[in-house]
Every structure is written in C-alpha cells, then in structure tokens.
Design a protein around this ligand. Structure first.
Ligand code: AMP
Length: 120
C-alpha cells in the first residue's frame, strides 16, 4: 500500500473523520455510513478501516480473511439495525468493468424496495 494512496482516498478520510459521514455502524475493523447518492430507500456503504483498493486486492492472508469474514458477519447485524427485515442486496463493484468509482474496498447494502435483476 502506498502512502499517497491512503492520503488521497476519500473513504480513508471518512474513516479518519476528516470528511464527515452519516455513520450507522462502527467498530474497530469496519465503518458503515449512508451513501451520498442513495439508489434505494436504504443505501449504506460498508468499508474496512484499512485501505484496500478493491476486492481484487484482497489476499488469502490471515489478516484479510479475518477482516472480510468479520465484515460479512456484520452485514446481517447492520441490516437488522436498519430494519431491512424483508431482505436486501449486497453489491461490490470491482475495477473498471465493475464500474468501481471509489478505489477503497466497499460493499453497498441496499434495501427498502424490491431490486431488479439482472443488474445493468
Ligand atoms: P462505487 O461506484 O461502487 O465505487 O461506489 C462509490 C459510492 O460512494 C457511490 O455510491 C457514491 O455515491 C458514494 N460516495 C462517494 N463519496 C461519498 C461520500 N463522501 N459519502 C458517502 N458516499 C459517498
């Protein structure tokens, strides 16, 4: 990981508090905050606090496996906190073809309406 990468990263700045966010869940490893441009009645982003550029950068290291396992295990906790009792969608956009715009690993948690399929 390069220093400049984290320094210019908008989600690293949200994690550090330099940029404000509407937080819905936080613990030592992850942060969840509301998306600025919600695509559903409920739309939050779940991010690891450490800078990982994308899902493609996730390694089979103990650290990454524990972190991602922790994040996934918290999805149902966050969904319940947000009242998404009728289901939800978890989305990761990865890289250019995945249309990832912010280069800090994040998962979109969307709910509050029925989702369409296939995605565009
Ligand atoms: P992606 O296209 O998957 O990289 O998603 C990036 C998401 O970050 C988009 O849904 C944006 O609306 C959202 N976003 C960008 N800047 C902020 C911010 N400062 N606070 C909250 N959400 C943001």
């Amino acid at each position: 990981m390069h220093f400049m990468e984290t320094q210019n990263c908008i989600f690293c700045k949200i994690v550090s508090g330099e940029i404000p966010s509407d937080k819905v869940y936080e613990d030592a490893e992850i942060l969840c905050f509301r998306d600025l441009e919600p695509q559903a009645p409920t739309h939050v982003l779940i991010v690891p606090k450490i800078h990982i550029a994308s899902l493609d950068e996730v390694e089979e290291s103990k650290e990454h496996k524990e972190l991602l396992g922790h994040l996934m295990a918290k999805v149902s906790v966050i969904a319940a906190q947000l009242g998404l009792s009728n289901g939800y969608r978890l989305v990761n956009n990865c890289g250019e073809d995945g249309m990832q715009s912010v280069k800090h690993l994040h998962f979109h948690l969307l709910g509050g309406r029925a989702m369409g399929w296939p995605p565009g």
